[in-house]
Design a protein around this ligand. Sequence first.
Ligand code: ADP
Ligand code: GLC
Length: 491
Amino acid sequence: MVQEWIMKILFVTSEAHPLIKTGGLADVAGSLPKALLELGLDVRLIIPKYQALQTTEEIYFKSTVQVNNTKANILETRLPGTQVIVWLVDCPEFFNFPGNPYLDEKGNAWANIAERFALFCRIVAEVAMNRGYLHWTPDIVHCNDWQSGLVPALLSLEHKRPATVFSIHNLSYQGLFPKATHTLLNLPGQLWNTNGVEFNGMLSFLKGGLACSDRITTVSPTYAHEIQTADFGYGLEGLLSYRKDSLSGIINGIDAEYWNPETDPSISSNFNASTLNKKLLNKTALQNRYSLSVGNNILVIAVISRMVEQKGIDLVLKCLPEMLTLPLQFIFHGRGDKHFEQQLNRFAKAYPDKMAVIIGYEEELAHLIEAGADVFLMPSRYEPCGLNQLYSQRYGTVPIVRKTGGLADTVVDALPETLRDKTATGFVFRKATCGTLMEAIKRALTVYGQPESWKQLQVTGMKKNFSWKKSAKEYLALYALLSPHAQSPQK
Ligand code: ADP
Ligand code: GLC
């Protein structure tokens, strides 16, 4: 009997929505595997079993794997609401503590973060080599960000190994540790060289992924170019341009069911592109909730973000005094650097009817804000892809973005010609200065004063297809290039 060959993908991640999330990587890891499964691939996700990991699905014991002197159990569950199999690396001595994947309960980086993710990578490498007693050998191991960077490095030392893909979601987080950590982790000596994990005399998990994987991807075509330059490369631009033939940018998709204003259970009033008047009910609800003066003549600008320099929060703070002189209201939701949080809170205190600041991390609130705001502001200094500008367009919330990375690839600036040919979806500015940001905001105010043009912007954005379908097919094509079986799928 001819058995259909199905490509097997082990998807390695440190976070995945809805199990555990700190940012966009979780959104990608929670939705791309589902899209790949729908394309007919056998995808399994592997992630540490953190104490904070939450699931409604059942969890089963599968096997025990030992690396060096540490044992970990492999537990099996499903990505909630999907058929995607998830393997949880359960090693309580490393992961059974309160906190998130990167920070402890007090918000400090885990002191043993190198050990935590080195153990994770080692277990993943065992599973990838079918030494995890799971009776499953992947064709492709798809790793994401520095936390899984040692996987391609460890696999590069194996004789018959699966192909490896390493995706960069953010090049500035590198997993850099002193050389002594290499010794402490007892990593193979062969990896300690500039074609391995060594980076300027330090141990770099990220470098392991970049140097040792068969292919590198990042999450937008523009970021794929930017990271080959000194401005965005964090010293790795040389390696990345050297590997440019193995590097490509594939734009992120979104979970279009979960981020759907027509069915979203978290928002006050569901709407679509034909019932945009109902979006106004969400705006009023938001203004009421945060005691902002209620009215449709005021443009509500939202920011939902990690409060860090990457996201241009410093630029926003610099421009706020001028912005607050205009008929605008602001809703900031996020957490991050304390000094940004404090400064934002000070503004909110001084302008309670114009500005609300909600420090924290609330998934539901992110949906409420997306539904109720008029504008989503993302003045990022760099942005590998960015997801909120995509969610915003789906919710008729017009993005104002800086022209960088995925923001440049996914927002069409409202210029006379793009307004005329109805392709515009937002406002784009180039330089990270108050002057250029203010100009974009004033342009938005002008178009907001022309309800027909504003509605056109909203509708064009809402009708764009940001689902995973197209991008998942690009990953599939990439995997097929690497898979030894791909040329003869039936065997
Ligand atoms: P990054 O991954 O760099 O933080 P992205 O735009 O790719 O940026 O993704 C951020 C994700 O995290 C989005 O789903 C966004 O809604 C979510 N998010 C960020 N901050 C918060 C917050 N404070 N509360 C809820 N969701 C948040
Ligand atoms: C990172 C990037 C963000 C991207 C996300 C998912 O956190 O900062 O731009 O959208 O990963 O790929």
